[in-house]
Design a protein around this ligand. Structure first.
Ligand code: SAM
Ligand code: SF4
Length: 330
């Protein structure tokens, strides 16, 4: 079958699957504190529907999956889904993005189900700051979850830090040091306009260059990794003394749309060719109304064919997506 190439020549082999829009914490840059209206349960794709969609996408060249949300560990029996996906011939890599609040109880079952890669979202080591950001006092649970993941055998854990200017600067150095000591790779992510309350302002974006300068002067000199994968969203740096790596997701200051290889399936069964896409394609209807694999593949091809060149955050034309981050799947 011809591979999934869009009109700009970008090859798509990576599918991000959101398994829920629900979350057990309330990061201010993603969710409002109260009154969130979640999808009705019957609107959320079942594990069987997700598996069917992935099986249909493999002949098109999808080889990599990332499960996300909302908080994916809130989805009951998530290891069961991992087991189903690991068993699909052609899927070479499955990763999970989690806030780790429930990881202490799930680390071993996830590992036993065949999961090998984890991104854990943690912005600060300071309990009060954590409370301020997430509106929940769950830092001890996150730390226990991280320990459980290490003990369960997860290696090369990545730690997602959302970089909001005027808030996170005091945490950059402690987070970089903590990750280096524990052998984790921090991924500093520029604050993106994906919050549900339209609080994003450009002046609140702490840029990758600012963070590279701060880490280089206060933690250790950094240099760009020369042979890093150009299609990965993070720009990879390493400490010159060989003591670790650091990633930066510079979506705002250095958009990487030209190298994008990703499509996204939301938990309510919509296909999106971009995190910032305005339009989306319903595949839940196909999955629930007896569509053939060929019908599903045609829908995926159409979505990729419609893909735009990139988001327009840096232009006055930018329109934020109609869904916030937790309902898309970060
Ligand atoms: N709940 C999980 C978590 O927090 O990792 C998975 C879903 S969350 C939407 C995925 C990632 O999105 C998080 O790790 C966080 O780093 C990132 N994120 C959320 N809101 C963001 C924003 N407004 N700008 C940049 N990154 C954001
Ligand atoms: Fe929940 Fe993740 Fe959004 Fe935070 S970023 S509110 S943990 S979905």
């Amino acid at each position: 079958m011809t591979p999934l190439v869009d009109t700009f020549g970008r090859l798509h082999d990576n599918l991000r699957i959101s398994v829920t829009d629900r979350c057990n914490i309330r990061c201010f840059y993603c969710m409002p504190e109260e009154g969130v209206k979640f999808f009705d349960r019957h609107d959320v794709l079942s594990f069987e529907e997700i598996e069917r969609f992935v099986r249909a996408s493999v002949p098109l060249g999808i080889t990599k999956l990332r499960l996300t949300g909302g908080e994916p560990l809130l989805r009951r029996d998530l290891p069961e889904l991992i087991r189903k996906l690991v068993a699909i011939p052609g899927i070479r890599d499955i990763a999970l993005t989690t806030n780790a609040v429930l990881l202490e109880q799930y680390a071993v079952p996830l590992r036993e189900a065949g999961l090998r890669r984890l991104n854990i979202h943690l912005d600060t080591l300071d309990r009060e700051k954590f409370k301020q950001i997430t509106r929940r006092d769950d830092l001890p649970k996150v730390m226990a979850g991280i320990d459980a993941a290490v003990n369960a055998g997860f290696e090369k854990i990545k730690i997602n830090v959302v970089a909001v200017k005027g808030l996170i600067e005091p945490d950059i150095v402690p987070m970089a040091r903590y990750c280096r000591e524990r052998g984790f790779e921090p991924r500093f992510i520029e604050f993106m306009p994906l919050d549900s309350q339209a609080i994003w302002e450009r002046r609140q974006v702490l840029t990758a260059d600012e963070m590279i300068a701060q880490i280089s002067s206060e933690v250790g000199a950094l240099e760009a990794v020369p042979d890093a994968d150009p299609r990965a969203p993070a720009t990879e740096y390493r400490y010159k003394d060989g003591s670790g790596t650091v990633g930066f997701i510079a979506s705002i200051s250095k958009p990487f749309c030209l190298n994008c290889n990703r499509i996204r399936l939301t938990s309510d069964g919509k296909l999106r060719y971009c995190l910032f896409a305005i339009e989306e394609m319903d595949v839940k209807g196909l999955l629930r109304n007896g569509a053939s694999d060929e019908d599903i593949q045609a829908a995926i091809r159409k979505n990729v064919a419609d893909k735009w060149l990139g988001h327009e955050i840096n232009s006055p034309k930018f329109v934020p997506p109609p869904r916030p981050m937790y309902a898309i799947g970060g």
